[in-house]
Write a protein that binds this ligand. Structure first.
Ligand code: GUN
Length: 293
């Protein structure tokens, strides 16, 4: 069993990005600039956004954090999005999800100029990705693809089972895995709460991607010997022994599943750090106008 070290891979890629940024700056160019809109004080979102801001600094980017209270109106956020769309100093921006119930996430996502949508959530980017055109790929799926590639995991003809059908992870990762090329060419099955014979379906997987957000629900009896298991889960569970009062728990029962695997990602330190690095890559591409001019 080999542990997939997302922390190391992400640190390597951040160094590569930082070196490229210094070259751009030395040639008289501007540093890439990522802005983030954060609404409210959800603990998970606060941590994610703080990590994004820190990663920007590590990559030599400029970052702006725009904070709003929980009671902000949708109209006020739309106004901010329009300003960011028009601001030539901002290369890309994100609206951290989830948002309070009175705000339509979809309406905000669709208001973002797709050329600045470095989260890859706008329907234009989602559509372009699904037909294999250059686009901003959403961060977690792109991070998973990078891990498969950097570890040289063979994907062509592999049976890949994706657990979960979210717009952020399940659907886009299924779409990327089935595309022509490497990593890709997989035979993909997407499972969800209505899937029958879940255990049998999972046991057929050469690559199993757990992204349903249900802690430790993938058990050893669901995993084929020699499979690659990618754990996208990051549920906070109470843990009195931690200073924070919680620990991050994956969707896979790591201790019993790991011995059966060829490769497995840990939580934390697997997919999580890759998600942020994908966002940094998209921001660099936006700054270089490499996808959309
Ligand atoms: N919430 C959970 N994951 C993400 C992400 O990748 N981007 C944004 N904007 N919000 C999230």
């Amino acid at each position: 069993m080999e542990l997939i070290d997302g922390k190391k891979v992400s640190a390597d890629i951040k160094r590569e990005i930082a070196a490229e940024v210094e070259k751009i700056v030395a040639a008289g160019g501007r540093r890439p600039h990522l802005a983030a809109i954060l609404v409210g004080h959800d603990g998970g979102s606060e941590t994610y956004v703080a990590n994004k801001v820190k990663s920007c600094a590590e990559c030599g980017f400029v970052s702006s954090l725009l904070r709003f209270e929980d009671d902000v109106t949708e109209a006020r956020l739309l106004e901010e999005i329009h300003k960011l769309n028009e601001n030539p100093e901002v290369d890309g921006f994100i609206v951290q999800l989830p948002l309070p119930k009175h705000i339509s996430e979809q309406r905000l996502i669709e208001a973002i100029d797709y050329r600045k949508d470095v989260d890859g959530f706008h329907p234009i980017n989602v559509g372009r990705m699904s037909i294999g055109l250059p686009c901003f790929r959403s961060a977690t799926p792109a991070g998973i693809m990078m891990l498969l590639e950097r570890y040289g995991i063979s994907t062509s003809g592999a049976n890949c089972v994706v657990l979960g059908r979210s717009n952020i992870v399940g659907k886009p990762v299924a779409s990327l895995l089935m595309q022509k090329g490497y990593p890709g060419n997989c035979t993909v099955t997407v499972c969800h709460r209505d899937t029958r014979n879940l255990k049998e379906v999972c046991r057929n997987a050469d690559i199993l991607i757990a992204a349903m957000g249900r802690p430790e629900s993938v058990t050893a009896d669901m995993v084929k010997d020699g499979a690659t298991v990618i754990d996208v889960g990051t549920t906070r569970v109470p843990d009195a022994s931690r200073k924070s009062g919680f620990r991050l728990c994956g969707d896979v029962k790591f201790d019993e599943v790991a011995p059966k695997c060829a490769y497995i990602t840990p939580v934390p330190g697997g997919v999580g750090p890759m998600t942020i690095v994908s966002l940094m890559q998209n921001t660099l591409l936006a700054a270089k106008r490499e996808i959309y001019s």
